[in-house]
Structures are given as structure tokens and as C-alpha cells.
Design a protein around this ligand. Structure first.
Ligand code: AGP
Length: 612
């Protein structure tokens, strides 16, 4: 999705802005641009294509301004082109704006501005913003700082939709205004300079102190100061939050790609996420929640709502929560949940999972659940992210920044956190059906087993070389293994562009088996002892029809039946998805490399999906 960077300080802004955009490249984009305040007014330089193309633009080296805004665009309104790229200026070239999000009523605003003498040059929704600000600014008699702020506020009050906006004005060469609603934006504070970004990692090497804006809060920045205002322009006070993430962990650290690095960071991410919450002889701790037995007994249903990989982590958690706590748990895709009038009341507990904490559909689903009276928990990897500011309770995975579009360490960290959450509920409810002590021991041994799995998973590269030219791959599993089939399939299509499907193994013969023919690759995941014979029978059905098979298992099976068998370490069934996904992550990775694709930035995808 679009990325925003801003700088106001004592250094030349343009290289800082371009470097910041490079760090946001992983979010996905099709064009880029910067705007700075120069001695003779506002300068805008932008183009379609990669951020590094900006270095070739005539005059970019001559920019001297120490205040600037920058943007990577992921086209929504209007095709990728130079004219549609941000920043956009108003007709009089007084204001320059970058915007992330969607202005839903832009047609109406365009008509209004057209009728008031404004002309539009791009097809974007964004171009209404600088012109609307100008429209209100013109009406101000005293053109002071407050007039600038009031004009931005009046314009924003007219906008419907989502936005994170940076705006500079030629009349205020020492200031910048930023505002957000349902779209991410953070402010990093240093002594004589301030940085703005769509997310923390892009500016982590400059500062650890961050301000977070709530919806419709305004920040008025100078080099040394940031003043904050609420939606009615009353002054408000904000403290910075210190972010402990290691700046080096947002670099590639010698790995060829972020995805590979993040796959190998999983033992640490899981260890950090377990942290002090779980130990062998004491009860699990969730101080953030502090739920009573009575409250948990009163819950009629748990909903887990998320998108993509985060939703797959929820599917694993459904198994664990239902078995450990005996509470009916439903998992929903956020974009469906919010429009299907779900049955929610004050006895419903809704858990929202989002690595970035900025996924528009997941945030909207959370807001809906709150309106309907449910208690809401957000699970995120990003401190201060939008979802954590909306939820009643927030708990964090400690995976560190995840840069590759394909989620890996965030997924396994979500699964482990949700497993510990299920144990916490079960212990509070005094449930005894499942051997929780053994599960706890298995969790504590898990990081080491993840390391072992990573070591042996390197061998999957050879199988990837054999199948990288395939057109169709099927993933099969039963029970908890089916959730891994879903995640394995998503990873493969995401970064290798190979068509893949996942099915509950027993469902195959009810239709999809018609697609199986000689040469099709079928991957079976089998870690549940109770179900293994059944899954083997289903795999035999595809072997008979000519499929090539790869099996991921921790059970004793007859390897000779299959083309390839991948043995992973044995662990508790509730934890097996964390080990069985690892060879599948690497399988997708090596296929993508074999095909020469951009692993970290797959086509058409964005890391953080901030539009609905
Ligand atoms: C994962 O590989 C995907 N890129 C995608 O499905 C992702 O998990 C989804 O968009 C949700 O993102 P979030 O966790 O940041 O909300």
C-alpha cells in the first residue's frame, strides 16, 4: 500500500526522504515522489516506477530544502503514471500534499471545487485535498499558523474515507501538518528534527522515540517542536513512546532476502513471544487481560477475526481454544465478518489478529464488534498500531519488524501467543481435560525444535527445483494439519505465482479430485496420529491418478509410498503447525528464487492492506 515519509530538520531533506521511501518499498507501490520547500517555493519531483528512478530526475540534486514530504503510490484511483503520482499541489501551488488511503466522496468534492474555479490534472482522489485546503485558506483574513491549521482541519472535516496526510505550505517554510484517520502514520522525534513515516522500521535508524496519532488528531511540526490538536483544534498533550526494536533487525543482515532472514528468525521470535508469560510450574500470565473465572465462564462464543495469514493463525487457535477451554470458537475473514451482521453480544469475546495492526478490514470488524457490545482483544506485532488503540485489550507478539510481504515469523509467533492465551483461559477456568503441564513443557522446548526443523528444511530446496515449473499444486491435510495446508498454499501462490489450492483431505473426492492428473504436485501434511491413516488413503487416491507427492510428517510412515517425505521433529499436536509450516515456507521461497522472482515484493501485493 502507499507509503509516506516526511522530514523537518536541519539536514537536506531530499536524500533522507528518498532513503525513507526505499525502506518502505516492501509495502508495494507503482510510483514515487517528493516535495520540498525551496527558497523560491514548493518543488515537486515524481515519477512512475521504482523509487531509485527519482535519483535520475533533472534538478533533484539541486534541492536544498530541509523540510519535505514523500510518497510511494499503490494505484487505486487512476492508473500508475507521473501525473497521478504524489505529491499533489493545489492550483496556486501554495500547498503540497501526500496522502495514503481513499477519499470516498472525492467525486462530490471535485464537483464542488470545479464549481469554485479549481481545475484537476490527475485522476486521483488525492488532488481534491490541496485544493480544498486552499479553498478554506483563501477565506482566512490573517494568514498565520492558525489559519494554516484551520484550513487543513476544515478540509479534513469534509473528507469521507481513510487518510494519512502530510501537508506543507510555501507560506510556512518552517512547518508541516500531519493528520490521520484509519490509515497509519507515526512521528519520530529527535532533538532538532522530526521524521514522519507510515511505519516504524523506516525511521528506526534515526530515532527510538515515537508519537502516535489517534484518528483526526493533528500534529503541527516545527524543527524542534510538535504541537498536537484534537479534531476540534483544542491543544492536547502527547508523550513519546520508546520503541525497543533493534534497527539492525530491519536490515537484511547478510541474508539474500528479508523473507529468508525472517524465516530463520523464527526461533528467536517464538522465544521472545513466549517471554515470561509461560513457565513450567506457574500459571500463565496475561496481566493485560486479568480475566476472572466468572467472566470466562460467561462467554458464549469466541470469534477470531483476521485476514490472510493472520486468519490462518486463528484457524490453528480455534482447535486449541475449543479443545482446551471448551468454548465454541468461530474464525472469520474480516472483510466478510463486518458485512454479515454477526451474532454478537456482551457475552461474546472477539479476538482480532493483525501483524501490522493497520489492516483496514480487521480494524473495521473490531469497531463493529465493540459497537455490538463484545469485549475485544487485539493481537499485533506493532506497538501503538491502530488496532491496538481501538481494542479493549492488546497483546503483542515479539517477532520484531517483518518486512517481506509474505508473513512467516509473524504467523508462527501469532500461533504460539494464541496457544499460550488458550492455556491462560484453560487454567483460569480450571479445565482439566487436556494435559496442560505437558503442553507447557513442549512449548518451552519449541524454539530448539524450530531450530532443528530449519536445519533439516534446507533439503527442501532440491524438491523445489523439481517442481518450480509446475502450474498447479494441491495442499491436503486433516484437522489442525488442514490449517497448515491453507497457509502453505497461500505462501506458494503469493511469492511463486503458481496456482495452488488447499483442501481438507477428505473433501477431495467430492469434486477437486477431477483436477488431479499425471504430473500435478500434491503436498500432504500429516502430524495428527489419529487422522494419519485416513489422510494416507486420500493421498493414495491422488497417487493412483498420477500425482507427484511430497509429505510433511512427524509420524512413522512408509516413505516408499511417496515421491518425497520430509520428517520434522515430533511435538505436541497443538504446536505441530509451527514446525510443519517451516519446510513449506522454504519450499515457496526456493521456488520463487528458482523462478527469478522478487521474493520480498511479490507483484500486486502490499505488506499492509490499509484500504478496504
Ligand atoms: C501474508 O503472507 C500476507 N501477506 C497477508 O495475507 C497478511 O497476512 C494479511 O494481509 C493480514 O495482514 P496483517 O496481519 O498485517 O493484518
Amino acid at each position: 500500500m502507499c507509503g509516506i515519509v516526511g522530514y523537518i530538520g536541519t539536514q537536506k531533506a531530499s536524500p533522507i526522504l528518498i532513503n525513507g521511501l526505499i525502506r518502505l518499498e516492501y509495502r508495494g507501490y507503482d510510483s514515487a515522489g517528493i516535495s520540498t520547500i525551496e527558497k523560491d517555493g514548493l518543488s515537486v519531483m515524481k515519477d512512475q516506477g521504482r523509487v531509485k528512478n527519482l535519483y535520475n530526475l533533472k534538478g533533484i540534486d539541486n534541492l536544498e530544502g530541509t523540510i519535505g514530504i514523500a510518497h510511494t503510490r499503490w494505484a487505486t484511483h487512476g492508473k500508475p503514471s507521473q501525473i497521478n503520482s504524489h505529491p499533489h499541489m493545489d492550483n496556486s501551488k501554495t500547498f503540497s500534499v501526500v496522502h495514503n488511503g481513499i477519499i470516498e466522496n472525492y467525486n462530490e468534492l471535485r464537483d464542488f471545487l470545479n464549481n469554485n474555479g479549481y481545475t484537476f490534472y490527475s485522476q486521483t482522489d488525492t488532488e481534491v485535498i490541496p485544493n480544498l485546503v486552499h479553498y478554506y485558506y483563501k477565506k482566512e483574513t490573517n494568514k498565520d499558523e492558525l489559519a494554516f491549521l484551520r484550513a487543513v482541519k476544515n478540509a479534513c472535516s469534509d473528507l469521507k474515507g481513510s487518510f494519512a496526510i502530510e501537508i506543507i505550505c510555501k507560506d510556512f517554510p518552517n512547518n508541516m501538518i500531519v493528520v490521520r484517520k484509519d490509515s497509519p502514520l507515526v512521528i519520530g522525534k529527535n532533538e532538532e528534527e522530526n521524521y514522519i513515516s507510515s511505519d516504524i522500521p523506516a525511521i528506526l535508524s534515526f530515532t527510538r522515540n515515537f508519537y502516535f496519532l489517534n484518528d483526526l488528531e493533528y500534529a503541527f511540526l516545527s524543527r524542534t517542536d510538535v504541537k498536537f490538536y484534537d479534531s476540534e483544534l483544542n491543544a492536547i498533550h502527547k508523550e513519546t513512546k520508546n520503541i525497543e526494536w533493534d534497527a539492525a533487525s530491519s536490515e537484511k543482515d547478510g541474508y539474500e532476502d528479508f523473507m529468508l532472514k525472517e524465516i530463520y528468525e523464527q526461533p528467536t521470535a517464538i522465544r521472545e513471544t513466549i517471554g515470561a508469560r509461560l513457565s513450567e510450574n506457574t500459571k500463565c500470565e496475561f496481566e493485560e487481560l486479568n480475566f476472572s473465572k466468572e467472566y470466562l465462564q460467561s462467554i458464549n462464543k469466541i470469534y477470531i477475526v483476521a485476514c490472510g495469514t493472520a486468519m490462518h493463525a486463528g484457524l490453528v487457535a480455534k482447535h486449541t481454544l475449543e479443545k482446551l477451554c471448551k468454548i465454541s470458537t468461530e474464525v472469520d475473514i474480516a472483510s466478510e465478518f463486518r458485512y454479515r451482521d454477526p451474532l454478537i453480544d456482551e457475552k461474546t469475546l472477539c479476538i482480532f489478529i493483525s501483524q501490522s495492526g493497520e489492516t483496514a478490514d480487521t480494524i473495521a470488524a473490531l469497531k463493529l464488534s465493540k459497537q455490538k457490545g463484545a469485549k475485544t482483544i487485539a493481537i499485533s506485532n506493532v506497538i501503538g498500531s491502530s488496532i491496538t488503540r481501538e481494542a479493549d485489550y492488546s497483546i503483542y507478539t515479539h517477532a520484531g519488524p517483518e518486512i517481506a510481504v509474505a508473513s512467516t515469523k509473524a504467523y508462527t509467533s501469532q500461533v504460539i501467543l494464541l496457544t499460550i492465551l488458550a492455556i491462560y483461559f484453560a487454567e483460569t477456568l480450571e479445565m482439566t481435560q487436556i494435559d496442560i503441564d505437558t503442553l507447557k513443557k513442549d512449548i518451552l522446548q519449541l524454539p530448539k525444535k524450530v531450530e532443528d526443523t530449519l536445519k533439516i528444511s534446507e533439503n527442501i530446496k532440491e524438491f523445489a527445483k523439481k517442481v518450480y515449473q509446475e502450474k498447479d499444486v494441491f495442499f491436503l491435510g486433516r484437522g489442525i494439519d488442514e490449517t497448515v495446508a491453507k497457509e502453505g498454499s497461500l505462501k506458494l501462490k503469493e511469492i511463486s505465482y503458481i496456482h495452488s489450492e488447499s483442501y481438507a483431505a477428505g473433501e477431495l473426492k467430492h469434486g477437486p479430485i477431477a483436477l488431479i492428473e499425471k504430473g500435478v504436485t500434491v503436498i500432504g501434511i500429516m502430524t495428527d496420529k489419529k487422522l494419519i491413516e485416513k489422510t494416507i488413503s486420500n493421498i493414495q487416491e491422488v497417487i493412483t491418478r498420477g500425482a507427484k507427492t511430497l509429505i510433511i510428517t512427524n509420524q512413522n510412515i512408509d516413505d516408499k509410498m511417496f515421491d518425497e517425505v520430509f520428517h520434522i521433529p515430533f511435538t505436541n499436536i497443538f504446536l505441530s503447525p509451527i514446525l510443519s509450516i517451516i519446510p513449506l515456507q522454504l519450499f515457496s521461497y526456493y521456488i520463487s528464487k528458482e523462478k527469478g522472482l522478487d521474493v520480498d515484493k511479490p507483484r500486486n501485493l502490499a505488506k499492509s492492506v490499509t484500504v478496504e
